[in-house]
Write a protein that binds this ligand. Structure first.
Ligand code: C5P
Length: 286
């Protein structure tokens, strides 16, 4: 859209900064994983924007967020923020899909990661003894997100100690709300990632998206216990469907990723829509 100013194209969203401090964020249908764009999934931009809308509204009392308005199903008018350089990942389960996930690290014998020590004897996809935060750096210029400990966050001056305290407390409160509302809909909110920014007055504001199937894992609560006991992958309603298809065929960090076939793309679209409908209780109207 050339007539809009200051265009910044993210992997999934196109951003335009208006002179008055507002940012227009247009969610595309692009699907990104493993730090690259893999394919486009029909309806994804609108479905995810509407899923995040549900959650932004359901958590407004816990943390202010960047939303000003929704002029279109896949468009947010947001407050322009200075995004903080830490991604706050919160987890209730030992889950993961890639070779760098906490599950892979745990299987290799690592017990202390991200400043957190996990007990011996956990099985894949098991519930953790307590909710943990596994922060990473936010790679602004196309690099990989690197694991961080809270001490490193402060030492490297990514955040002040007070900012980290506030971010982690807010993230845990948001996650608790997410867990509670998801459970009412028959879903387990397994893990998720939050991004925060500072507004002009220095307030911490929730940015990006919240509890979407792109930034979270969701498992179907009814079938989880049997799948876990059988050592099978839980039924998930999220981007893991596509991630798993890819990692079954190549190592996406070193190999060329094959083109995602049309039927897999359509199944992904159906999963995103199903997740929206389960989470919000609304029927998706294109
Ligand atoms: O891959 P990993 O297990 O570390 O991801 C944990 C959670 O954080 C998942 O729900 C994933 O979708 C989300 N995440 C994200 N963006 C990233 C890294 C993780 O949304 N850059």
């Amino acid at each position: 859209i050339p007539e809009l100013p200051r265009h910044y194209r993210g992997k999934v969203r196109d951003n335009y900064d208006l002179a008055d401090g507002r940012r227009i964020i247009i969610a595309s249908d692009r699907l990104s994983a493993f730090d690259r764009i893999l394919t486009a999934v029909p309806h994804k931009g609108a479905v995810l924007t509407q899923t995040a809308r549900y959650w932004f509204e359901a958590t407004r009392d816990l943390c202010p967020n960047h939303v000003i308005d929704y002029p279109d199903p896949n468009v947010v008018v947001a407050k322009r923020l200075d995004i903080l350089p830490v991604e706050v990942v919160v987890r209730d389960y030992l889950a993961g899909t890639t070779s760098t996930s906490i599950l892979s690290m745990y299987k290799k014998g690592e017990r202390t990661m991200y400043g957190v020590t996990l007990p011996d004897g956990l099985r894949p996809n098991q519930k953790l003894p307590e909710t943990i935060i596994t922060p990473t750096s936010k790679a602004f210029d196309g690099g990989h997100d690197e694991p961080l400990t809270p001490a490193e966050i402060v030492e490297r001056k990514l955040l002040t100690a007070a900012q980290w305290e506030e971010l982690s407390a807010k993230a845990l409160a948001l996650f608790a709300r997410g867990r509670e509302l998801a459970a009412k809909r028959g879903l387990i909110l397994v893990d998720t990632k939050y991004e925060f920014g500072l507004d002009q007055d220095g307030n911490i504001i929730l940015a990006d998206e919240i509890h979407t199937p792109d930034s979270s894992r969701y498992w179907f609560a009814e079938t989880y216990p049997a799948k876990f006991e059988a050592g099978e992958r839980p039924e998930s309603f999220d981007k893991d469907f596509v991630r798993s298809w890819v990692v079954a065929r190549c190592d996406p960090y070193t190999d060329d990723v094959p083109e995602i076939p049309g039927d897999v793309v359509l199944q992904a679209a159906a999963i995103y829509i199903q997740a929206y409908e389960m989470i919000t209780g609304e029927t998706y109207v294109p």
